[in-house]
Design a protein around this ligand. Structure first.
Ligand code: ADP
Length: 323
């Protein structure tokens, strides 16, 4: 189980942290993937943009290889059982621990005039999304590790207080470390809303990709044995993610002969070859309203069937059954 918020254009971080694994998992697991539209309400000011964002996220997931026939691919708000489980889990969540969550503190810093209760209880809603399907594997990027720990806490607290219903969910990347795709400015991660010039989007055209990569931060290097600075290591990482070799560039860095312009040119061309087919496919899907409606209906039906079973088990365990 996993999800992506419809708050803007999907980017390489979403792809390599999440989407790529959705596509790999759909072949051998029972999967639930969603567009987290209720989560988006914690930060989105203008809900007029929501419909466009939801369609974009649906289309970009499918263009990246997600098959709505193989998985349950749905919108969070189409599965109202999510809200019911969220309410039940809120009784097990402590305000003190929610206030200490680093992502909450970040959001408070970013939107000090809109510190709503939904923002505070974001990890509870996320736990509800996962536990709703009693999911055990959650394909996410590195930034989500702490939220998964909180989801495990809520599952365990529920089980201890009311009886065993939920398995423990874990972040999943096929046994490898979770991915963090760095931003091109050498600081932080790519993200939908921050550092837009340092983030590569699946909708970027060739010129935008070339421009952003040519402006990527680099630092002059390298004496033999000197550590590779983060900004340069980030470019090496991006090169490897899109199938490039970095051994020769790394050797040049160590010798102090690296020509960043050449490396950036190769990286840009590889990036264009990677992004273009996804962008073109997504564009066609995004404009096919009838198909997207079918996808959402089919996904909601599958997700609600699973959610209903879990909620019955949860209510039974709590004692919310009076007949
Ligand atoms: P964003 O932070 O761009 O708004 P979301 O919060 O909707 O993205 O996260 C959707 C998924 O994408 C999550 O699994 C998250 O871990 C992953 N993700 C987001 N940014 C990155 C990144 N830079 N590197 C790796 N994974 C990422």
């Amino acid at each position: 189980m996993s999800g992506i918020r419809p708050t803007g254009f999907l980017h390489l971080g979403n792809y390599f942290g999440a989407l790529r694994n959705y596509v790999r998992m759909q072949e051998s697991y029972n999967c639930y993937f969603m567009v987290a539209d209720l989560h988006a309400l914690t930060t989105l000011k203008d809900t007029k943009e929501l419909k466009g964002h939801v369609r974009r996220v649906l289309a970009e997931n499918i263009a990246s290889g997600l098959d709505p026939e193989k998985v349950a691919f749905y919108c969070q708000s189409h599965v109202p059982e999510t809200a019911e489980l969220y309410l039940l889990l809120n009784m097990l969540a402590y305000v003190g621990e929610l206030e200490k969550t680093p992502t909450f503190k970040d959001k408070v810093r970013l939107q000090p005039m809109n510190v709503n209760a939904g923002l505070l209880t974001y990890p509870v809603l996320q736990a509800a999304d996962i536990l709703l399907h009693r999911a055990t594997l959650v394909p996410v990027g590195k930034d989500q590790e702490q939220h998964l720990e909180m989801a495990r806490n809520y599952a365990n607290r529920f089980n201890q207080r009311y009886g065993e219903v939920f398995p423990e969910p874990y972040a999943f990347n096929f046994g490898e470390d979770l991915v963090k795709v760095p931003s091109l400015d050498g600081a932080g991660k790519m993200s939908k809303s921050e550092n837009q010039l340092a983030t590569l989007y699946l909708a970027d055209d060739d010129d935008a990709i070339r421009k952003k990569i040519s402006k990527a931060k680099t630092e002059s290097g390298g004496a033999p044995g000197a550590p590779v600075p983060d900004s340069v290591a980030n470019l090496f990482q991006l090169m490897r993610l899109v199938g490039g070799e970095t051994a020769a560039y790394e050797a040049q860095f160590n010798e102090g002969t690296i020509r960043y312009g050449d490396m950036k040119k190769e990286l840009a061309e590889r990036m264009i070859a990677f992004i273009t087919p996804i962008r073109e496919k997504a564009e066609a899907i995004r404009n096919d309203e009838a198909y997207l409606r079918k996808v959402m209906d089919m996904g909601a039906e599958k997700a609600r069937a699973s959610a209903k079973v879990t909620l019955e088990l949860a209510k039974e365990a709590i004692g919310l059954n009076y007949y």
